[in-house]
Design a protein around this ligand. Structure first.
Ligand code: KG4
Ligand code: ZN
Length: 336
């Protein structure tokens, strides 16, 4: 009898649902919310309302695309955290209602663990243990992944996430929100050594990005808007180079310290072409194997939640109906 799971992701500003059958993702529907662009960042109340408006249609579409009726679902999974509380509440309430109505188990998933487990959706898959650099709009973490359910955070950002740095710096250059992919594109034709920005060292395996953001602000605030416009490629290439250097310095240190030979990148910023190229370069000189998920599984999506749920199903790790969302959920803390 095949095991089919339905997964719902609603931690930030993407409403997503996916269906997984015996470990194979059959559908992954993502409805991105465009209403935040004009505000230059995600507005939590607007995000929660948009999730509420979209969740039912997104779930129905995921089932239709997978060619699976609701009655075939063996369990319902949802993102318990971390994320925005209002957004998490919509996904978790919807998942609980479905599980209750259909009398099937509920599976609570940690969003950060799901980003890492996205590497098990398609080939090639890493083997345990490996190191994962998770880089998104909300998080920057270096995680030793011993198994699907045993992960150890080696270091993380003490302030802004690297995606947030891309977005805020992009805003200073008038690129709108989110800006990571725009900086990436502009950087291709720019000179990464045109400008240099001071970096702040925080020791060990932790990161800090707020200082570089402020340094960039001081650098551009007296400049003429026309000068900024004319120098967008060089500014983008230089700031991207600086951010990637910061990330890679810690990755090299962590790989050396742990002796691991496989490195995976996860989260929205793993779509960055500069980061991917640099990782491949370091890997070829150091003998590492690099894993990057397909683009649709880099940014927020329910396919990765479905994969994390599949691992939990195999260990029969279910959550009671009174499980509550946790905006600050830590790796290893989701309901076992
Ligand atoms: O994982 P994600 O979709 O959402 C969070 O959980 O935060 O990541 C979104 C972040 C945004 O900050 C966006 O600017 C960044 O990923 N991003 C990129 C690229 N594509 C998305 N940053 C740099 N280069 C890209 N190509
Ligand atoms: Zn995410």
């Amino acid at each position: 009898m095949p095991v089919t799971l339905l997964a719902i992701e609603s931690s930030c500003d993407d409403t997503s649902a996916a269906v997984i059958c015996n470990g194979e993702v059959l559908s992954n529907v993502v409805a991105s919310q465009l209403e935040h662009d004009r505000w230059g960042g995600v507005v939590p109340e607007l995000a929660a309302r948009a999730h509420l408006a979209q969740v039912e249609a997104v779930v129905k579409l995921a089932l239709t695309k997978a060619n699976k009726p609701l009655s075939s679902i063996s369990a319902v999974a949802f993102t318990q955290g971390p994320g925005l509380l209002g957004s998490l509440l919509i996904g978790s309430s919807f998942a609980k209602s479905l599980a209750l109505g259909m009398e099937v188990p509920l599976i609570a998933v940690n969003h950060m663990e799901a980003h890492i487990l996205a590497h098990f959706i398609d080939e090639p898959k890493p083997e345990f243990p490996f190191l994962c650099l998770t880089v998104s709009g909300g998080h920057t973490q270096l995680v030793v992944v011993n198994s699907a359910t045993e992960m150890q955070v080696l270091g993380e950002t003490l302030d802004d996430a690297v995606g947030e740095a891309f977005d805020k710096i992009g805003k200073m250059m008038g690129l709108g929100f989110p800006a990571g992919h725009k900086i990436d594109k502009l950087a291709i034709t720019g000179n990464p050594h045109a400008f240099s920005f001071p970096v702040y060292e925080v020791g060990d395996f932790n990161f800090s990005f707020s200082g570089i953001k402020t340094a960039f602000l001081y650098f551009v605030r007296d400049k003429d808007p026309q000068w900024i416009q004319a120098n967008l490629p060089d500014l983008s290439a230089s700031i991207q180079h600086t951010l990637i250097n910061l990330l890679m310095k810690k990755v090299v240190k962590a790989m050396d310290k742990t002796g691991l030979t496989q490195i995976a990148i996860a989260g929205g910023v793993s779509a960055n072409s500069g980061l991917r190229d640099r990782m491949q370069k370091e890997a070829s000189t150091r003998g590492w194997k690099v894993f990057v998920p397909d683009f649709q599984y880099c940014t927020d999506n329910a396919g990765m939640v479905a994969m994390a749920a599949w691992f939990k199903w195999q260990q029969q790790q279910f959550a009671p109906l009174d499980t509550v969302p946790n905006p600050r959920l830590k790796i290893g803390d989701s309901y076992q």
